[in-house]
Design a binder for this molecule. Structure first.
Ligand code: OAD
Length: 235
C-alpha cells in the first residue's frame, strides 16, 4: 500500500473464507453449504413458511457446529487491529458465526444476522440463543412460541445498511476478506468505496468475482495473509 500514511478510516468486510480454516463450511466452493442444500429449501422466508421443521433442523445444526469451532489467526489479527488501530475501524461481516468476537473484536456489525440469536416474530425482540429451535421453545421475553433464527434470508434486507454506507463514505481504505463477491449488496461495497475515493484491497484464497474492482489483491489462506497485512498496518 503506497499511501499507507494517509489512511485513517478503515472498513473491513469479511465472508465465509475467513472462518474456513476454523472448520466452518463456506457456501460456494467445492462441497460448500449451497451444494449440500438448496437455498430455496432452507434460506428463504417461503421455505420457513412451507417447512419450518426443515429450516429449524438446518440452522440448529449450524448453531451447534459453530460452538465447537475456534477462531483462527485471521480472526485474532483483526481483533488486534481493532484494539490498536488509531483511526476509525468498522468490521462488517457477512458471517453469522461469533468467531470475530471470540477473536477479540468487540464492535462487529453482522449484516446477515447471527446464529447465536433468536428473533421472536411476536414481540420483535432478539435474544441470545445457543440451543435448538426445532422444539419451539418459548420466547424468554413474551413466552410466544414464535422464535426464528436471527439470520437474514434471501429476499430479506440485510441489517444496518445505513451505518455501513456512512462508514464507506468516510473510508480511506476498504478491505474485503474471504468473500466470493457473489451476494449483493455486500459485493457492491468495493465499488461504492472506490467511487468515494477509498483505496481497495482484497485478501482471498483466489480471485473473487469482483476482483477487478480492487486496486490490489493478495491471494492466500486468510490465516496467513490477514496477519501479514495487519502487521504491516500496525507497523
Ligand atoms: P462464499 O462461500 O461465497 O465465498 C467464500 C470465499 O472465501 C471464496 O472466494 C473462497 O475462495 C474464499 N476462501 C475459502 N477458503 C479460504 C481461506 N482459507 N482463506 C481465504 N479465503 C478463503 O462465502 P461468502 O462470500 O461469505 O448469506 O458468501 C456470502 C453470503 O452468501 C453469505 O453471507 C451467505 C451466503 O448465501 C446468507 O446466508 C444471507
Amino acid at each position: 500500500m503506497g499511501d499507507m500514511n494517509q489512511i485513517r478510516n478503515i472498513v473491513i468486510l469479511t465472508g465465509a473464507g475467513i472462518s474456513a480454516e476454523s472448520g466452518i463450511d463456506t457456501f460456494r466452493s467445492g462441497g460448500g453449504l449451497w451444494e449440500q442444500h438448496r437455498v430455496e429449501d432452507v434460506a428463504t422466508p417461503e421455505a420457513f413458511a412451507r417447512d419450518p421443521n426443515l429450516v429449524h433442523r438446518f440452522y440448529d445444526a449450524r448453531r451447534a457446529a459453530i460452538q465447537e469451532k475456534e477462531p483462527n489467526a485471521a480472526h485474532f489479527a483483526l481483533g488486534r487491529l481493532e484494539a490498536e488501530w488509531p483511526g476509525k475501524l468498522l468490521l462488517v461481516t457477512q458471517n453469522v458465526d461469533d468467531l470475530h468476537e471470540r477473536g477479540g473484536a468487540s464492535r462487529v456489525l453482522h449484516m446477515h444476522g447471527e446464529h447465536l440469536k433468536a428473533w421472536c416474530t411476536s414481540c420483535d425482540v432478539r435474544s441470545l440463543w445457543r440451543g435448538p429451535l426445532l422444539d419451539r421453545p418459548a420466547c424468554p421475553v413474551c413466552q410466544a412460541r414464535s422464535l426464528r433464527p436471527d439470520v437474514v434470508w434471501f429476499g430479506e434486507m440485510p441489517y444496518r445498511m445505513g451505518e455501513i454506507y456512512a462508514a464507506l463514505r468516510e473510508a480511506d481504505l476498504f478491505v474485503s476478506i474471504g468473500t466470493s463477491g457473489a451476494v449483493y449488496p455486500a459485493a457492491g461495497f468495493v465499488q461504492n468505496a472506490r467511487e468515494l475515493g477509498a483505496r481497495t484491497l482484497e485478501l482471498n484464497l483466489e480471485r473473487s468475482q469482483g476482483s477487478h474492482h480492487f486496486h490490489e489483491s493478495r491471494l492466500g489462506p486468510a490465516s496467513e495473509v490477514v496477519p501479514q497485512w495487519v502487521a504491516e498496518m500496525l507497523g
